[in-house]
Design a protein around this ligand. Structure first.
Ligand code: LAG
Ligand code: CA
Length: 477
């Protein structure tokens, strides 16, 4: 099939619509993601998974926690988010809207609990009929050196690769049969138009098996190699570090970057304001993986719960951080939107059988950061400035910063609660510009406030508390 034409200025911004069902993703591609200039969407683990039938012990109060999907049972497209037909229709619709689809792929393990899947398959630990049996899994004693069979030491190379991650049956990913099953699954998705993957628990697969698996992948329908972003939590020594995996995939997830962003925007353990001035040189200069090798984000489904990152409960501070990431241009930026939660195990909004119901951005049950006009304005900014370097950096030593992207665009971000006024060098030619965080420039008119840049490239700007002002050359009115 012919690849869809890229939208105007579309580059690399991705939305991560965690646990949105397929029909909701499709609608969002057409109505929001395509028109806003998103180039891609990451969708959740789509393969058939554990369906719990009873509560565990003690503190376990949620029958269908979000994490059921991380326990695959087969590679049927029969999970909580919808059917194979709905998935395929979603990929088609998104591609028609100019939005490529990236899939969260679990290749390290199979389910560790339960007996029946959403797709209706019956199984037991190490026996997944028609797919895998005990010979396909690492075993305690012979392969895994820990006494429990689990990963007790996350700094031990053998344990990390060959023991069970939280009790999940650990695939022998070096076995040709296992690699062929995995490649068959991923190639099926690529054949339907999927453009790449976020590989879950890639640290626990290891570099060699990740590379071998990718060699078995076909080209995408656009004729390119699939984009493969590896999930490698930071903190591991040497060979277990994200840096040690940058050549084992297209990119690694920006899991250290989201910690730095949290610390800049909101200091911990106290809820202090941090300081944005610390972000000068954020990226490779602050110890992170190279920009072109990083899928960067303010949070994902793990870090929004484990305290590593900001999350939607941070409100305006969270939105401001998304704006910074899009403005600054480190990594392939991804904007995360999912459901609201109280308990960390909470289920996404679902019917009584656990199938996730349609997303409603207007309800309190969902949090749609990606469609906030303050964010979509910065998607447009990001697409227009391209790879232009950060220039004209300015900060007040605290929580007001500003910079340009070459002479293509300029932004100021204020993480203070009170409004701040200063005179900035924008790097842009004299003129009147539409602030894209509060308005849109159309036919020479701005739907919101404008900023005037003088003949010397300077502009006196008031940046409201917890907000940003931004414009590009294309936003001149
Ligand atoms: C990941 N990346 O490496 C995912 O991003 C992360 O969300 C996954 O954990 C993990 N690796 C496995 O894919 C999530 C939850 C865990 C949950 C697991 C499997 O954070 O809490 O474990 O998914 O569903 C659950 C229970 C455990 C139990 C395990 C196996 O919480 O107590 O041992 O299931 O039955
Ligand atoms: Ca493993």
């Amino acid at each position: 099939s012919t690849p869809p034409a890229a939208g105007p200025g579309r580059s690399d911004v991705m939305a991560n619509l965690f646990q949105w069902n397929w029909t909701s993703v499709a609608t969002e591609c057409t109505d929001v993601l395509g028109p806003a200039g998103y180039a891609g969407v990451q969708v959740s683990q789509p393969a058939d998974s554990l369906k719990r039938t009873e509560l565990g012990n003690g503190s376990d109060t949620v029958l269908h926690p979000w994490w059921e999907i991380y326990q695959p049972v087969s590679y049927d497209l029969a999970g909580r988010m919808g059917t194979e037909a709905e998935f395929r229709a979603m990929v088609k619709t998104c591609r028609q809207a100019g939005v490529k689809v990236y899939v969260d792929a679990v290749v390290n393990h199979m389910t560790g609990q339960g007996a029946i899947s959403y797709g209706g398959r019956k199984y037991s630990h190490f026996e997944y009929p028609g797919l895998y049996d005990a010979a396909d899994f690492h075993q305690k004693g012979t392969d895994c050196p820990s006494t429990t069979g689990g990963i007790d030491d996350f700094n031990n190379l053998q344990q990390v690769r060959k023991c069970e991650l939280v009790g999940l049956a650990d695939l022998r990913t070096d076995r040709p049969k296992v690699q062929n099953e995995l490649a068959g699954y991923l190639n099926k998705l690529i054949g339907w138009g999927v453009s790449g993957f976020r590989v879950d628990a890639a640290k626990h697969v290891g570099q060699a098996d990740m590379i071998a698996l990718q060699k078995k992948l076909r080209n995408t329908v656009d004729g390119s190699r699939p984009y493969v972003a590896l999930e490698i939590f930071g903190g591991g020594p040497g060979y277990l570090s994200p840096q040690a995996f940058t050549s084992a995939g297209s990119a690694v997830l920006g899991l250290d970057g989201d910690i730095q962003l949290k610390n800049a925007f909101k200091s911990y353990p106290v809820d202090a304001p941090g300081s944005l001035a610390t972000l000068q040189g954020f990226g490779e200069g602050s110890g992170l993986t190279p920009s072109e090798k990083t899928l960067s984000f303010v949070q994902n489904h793990d870090t929004e719960r484990n305290g590593d990152s900001l999350n939607y409960k941070d409100g305006a501070t969270n939105v401001l951080a998304q704006q910074f990431l899009l403005a600054y241009g480190y990594g392939t930026p991804q904007v995360y939107s999912s459901f609201a939660w109280d308990a960390t195990d909470a289920s996404p909004p679902s019917d009584q059988d656990g199938y996730i119901t349609d997303t409603d951005c207007a309800s309190k049950e969902w949090v749609c950061v990606h469609s906030d006009p303050a964010v979509t304005g910065m998607v447009s900014f990001h697409n227009h400035v391209g790879k232009a370097p950060v220039k004209n950096w300015w900060d007040d030593g605290g929580n007001l910063i500003a910079f340009s992207r070459g002479n293509a665009g300029w932004v100021a971000l204020n993480n203070d609660k009170v409004d701040k006024t200063a005179t900035f060098s924008t790097g842009l030619p004299a003129g009147t510009y539409c602030n894209v965080t509060t308005g849109v420039a159309k036919k020479g008119k701005c739907s919101g406030p404008t900023v005037t840049v003088g003949a010397n490239g300077k502009a006196k700007v008031t940046v409201k508390g917890k907000s940003a002002v931004a414009f590009t050359k294309a936003d001149r009115v």
